[in-house]
Design a protein around this ligand. Structure first.
Ligand SMILES: [Zn+2]
Ligand SMILES: [Zn+2]
Length: 350
């Protein structure tokens, strides 16, 4: 039997924390459930999941559908698309059955790349390797989740670049139905017609559109994500803000607007997988606390203040006690409100 390998290359950078990663997790479960009752897919499809942030990691090796268990996704810092593609190519070299004189190998694999950000690593060498040897031998479908991705970059590795504009639950659910339908159609195509070009389902009724990748796009950061540490439990969490533009009341100053980030939520993270998946070294991207609006409660211990900035530049949680100690640097101190804002903190990557 010839396998139809399906890879999911999933961006798990910090901006995916919270609802987006939950939607992807639910979506993966739906895809598998639906494919399992499809006779064509059940016969041919094998699924593999690779997660990437600053680094890439195999979440599930190439597995037949009835044995596949929908994964739980970790979160990491950074969006190293180069590292992810490198990881994928190495995995393909190891896992795929090549055609020999005695045996037909696997069908052309389908790769679904889900990403919500622009690469933070140098992709030049990797893209050259991909385009020289793998691009024609694979069906790469690159999907930008939200409009925070420079799709011009995705166009350098794929002819199928699509943009999922809205990222609410309904849009995600329709999108994953589309992924499922595309896999089903391709299973039929390989089985009945020996044609292993990807058969993408129609996108009508979905907020999914093919992107013209010939032009470079200017990207504004849509999210600011900062790392905090719980004073009570020593556990780490991410605080996510999303951008909203506030036009100045002084509208005579043409084009003048102030950048503000509104609170989305605070989420505990698994520290081990977070550091495993994060790029090495400190981030050099900065965010000004004066741009951030809203303070979450600590998602680890429930303390009222989830966003206290220490002199060391790190963020931790504090409760009613007037005396606090910073779980990052150990400094003891009294809490006082920050005057005038403008205190610089190190922003996490991705
Ligand atoms: Zn706490
Ligand atoms: Zn400190």
């Amino acid at each position: 039997m010839r396998r139809l390998p399906i890879y999911f290359l999933v961006d798990v950078s910090e901006s995916m924390v919270g609802e987006p990663i939950e939607q992807v997790q639910n979506g993966m479960r739906t895809i598998i459930q639906e494919l399992r009752v499809d006779p064509y897919a059940l016969e041919t499809a094998f699924v593999s999941v690779i997660a990437f942030a600053g680094k890439a990691k195999s979440i599930s090796p190439l597995t037949e559908l009835y044995k596949f268990y929908p994964p739980v996704f970790p979160i990491g810092g950074g969006t190293s698309l180069g590292a992810a593609l490198e990881f994928l190519m190495d995995d393909m070299d190891r896992s795929l059955q090549k055609t020999t004189v005695d045996m037909k190998g696997d069908w052309k694999p389908i790769v679904f790349l889900f990403t919500d950000g622009t690469p933070t690593d140098d992709t030049t060498k990797t893209f050259a390797r991909w385009n020289a040897k793998y691009r024609k031998a694979c069906n790469l479908v690159a999907i930008s989740i939200g409009d925070n991705v420079n799709t011009y970059i995705l166009g350098q590795i794929s002819d199928n670049v699509l943009l999922l504009k809205d990222t609410d639950a309904e849009s995600f659910s329709k999108f994953f139905k589309w992924v499922t339908a595309s896999i089903k159609a391709t299973s039929v195509s390989v089985t009945d017609y020996s044609n292993d070009d990807v058969q993408l389902a129609p996108t009508s009724g979905i907020n999914l559109e093919k992107v013209d990748t010939s032009k470079s796009v200017k990207i504004d950061e849509n999210f600011a994500v900062v790392l905090g540490k719980c004073q009570t439990t020593d556990k780490q969490y991410l605080i996510k803000y999303s951008k909203k533009l506030r036009s100045s009341q002084l509208s005579i100053l043409d084009g003048f607007s102030v950048k503000e980030f509104g609170l989305v939520g605070a989420y505990p993270i698994d520290e081990k997988s977070y550091s495993e998946l994060s790029a090495d070294g400190q981030s050099n991207v900065h965010v000004y606390t004066s741009e951030l609006r809203g303070c979450p409660a600590c998602p680890c211990c429930g303390n009222q203040l989830g966003f206290v900035v220490c002199e060391c530049g790190n963020i931790f949680c504090a409760g009613d006690n007037s005396n606090s100690h910073c779980p990052w640097c150990g400094m003891e101190g009294e809490l006082s409100s920050i005057e005038g804002g403008g205190i610089e903190v190190n922003r996490t990557r991705g």
